[in-house]
Design a protein around this ligand. Sequence first.
Ligand SMILES: C[S@@+](CC[C@H](N)C(=O)[O-])C[C@H]1O[C@@H](n2cnc3c(N)ncnc32)[C@H](O)[C@@H]1O
Ligand code: SF4
Ligand code: SF4
Length: 313
Amino acid sequence: MGRGFSQIIRESPAYFHVGLKIIGYKFFSRRSPIYGSADIINVCNLHCTHCYWWLNRKENEELSVEQWKKVIEEKFKKKHVFLITLVGGEPTLRPDVIQLFAKEYPNRVCVVSNGTLPLVKIQGVYFYWISIDGTEQIHDSIRGKGAYEKTRKNILDYIEKNGEKAWKDVWISMTINSLNYKTVRDVIEEWYPHVNKIGFQFHTPFMKGDPLWLPYGSERTNLVDDIISLKPKYDDDFIINPAKQLEIMKQNWGGKGTTPIDCPTWSIISVDHMGREKRPCCIGSAEVDALKPICEDCGLGCYSVFVANGMKG
Ligand SMILES: C[S@@+](CC[C@H](N)C(=O)[O-])C[C@H]1O[C@@H](n2cnc3c(N)ncnc32)[C@H](O)[C@@H]1O
Ligand code: SF4
Ligand code: SF4
C-alpha cells in the first residue's frame, strides 16, 4: 500500500483528469465527480447507535463480482473518478468485491471498516479507514460491548504481521458526537504511536433534536479550536483535517433543512449495494421516499473539505 514514484507515473493519466476537473470547475463551472464511494455490502455485524446506514436499509439483494465490474465501468471509470471509498454495511465481509476494486483501481481504493474482523493485506488497497468513536468505554457504548478490544487487536495484529511499513496502511476516522466529544484528545494520544493518520468529522443527524448531534455553539467551537491547536504538536499532518475545514464545521456550511446548497454533492458519486446512485450524497439513498440527512447540521468530512477549498454546490 502507499504510493511509490513508479505508481505516480503510472497514475499520471488519472492526475491529468483530476487537473481537468478542477480547471473545469474553477473556470467553466463544470461539475464532474472527483471521488467515488460504493456500499459494497448490505450486511453489517454491528448496529451502532449513530449509524445512518441502518436508517434506510432495505432487505434486497447484493451484486455479484461480475455485476460490480459493470458498475465500476459505468459509474466510476467512465467519469474518470480518481479515488474510491468502499463502505457498507461492513465492507470487509465482501473480500471478493474489495479485491475486484483493488484490481480495477490499484492503490486508489480505501476501505472504511469497523475493524472488528481480522484486517487482511490486499494488494492494491491504498489504506484502511478504521472507525474509532472514542476511548474504549465510549466506543463500546456506541458500537457494542467488546467492539473496541477486537478492533484494537486487529489493527495491532495487522501492523505486526505485515512488515515495518504496515502502520502506514491504517488511518483512524472518528465521528464526533455528544457522547464522545470529550475523548478526542485521548483518542489522538492513544493512536498516534500506532497508525498513520487520524481524521475527524461530526455526527450528521436525520432528525431535528437528535441527541447525538453536537450543537453549534461554544462547546463545539472550543473543541474545534482544541483540535486545530493540537495539529502542529503531531508530525506529518497526523491530524489530516486542514484547519480551514475544521473552522467551517463550527457552523452550517452545507445547506438549508434537508436541501444541500453550498455542499458540492456533485464531487462524489456514491452508489448503494445495488449500484444505484444515492442522493443527495453518500449518506443518502437511491430510494425517493428515504429519510434524508439534515444538511444544515451536517458534519461530514468528505464534502466539507471541498467547501473549505472553495468548491461548492
Ligand atoms: C456507515 S460506516 C460503514 C463502514 C464501517 N462499517 C464502519 O463502521 O466504519 C461509515 C462511516 O460512517 C460513520 N457514520 C455512521 N453514521 C453517521 C452519521 N449519522 N453521521 C456521520 N457519520 C456517520 C461511521 O462512524 C463510519 O466511520
Ligand atoms: S459498523 Fe459501520 S455500518 Fe455497521 S452499524 Fe456501525 S457505523 Fe454502521
Ligand atoms: S454531505 Fe449530504 S447531508 Fe451533508 S450537506 Fe451535503 S448533501 Fe447535505
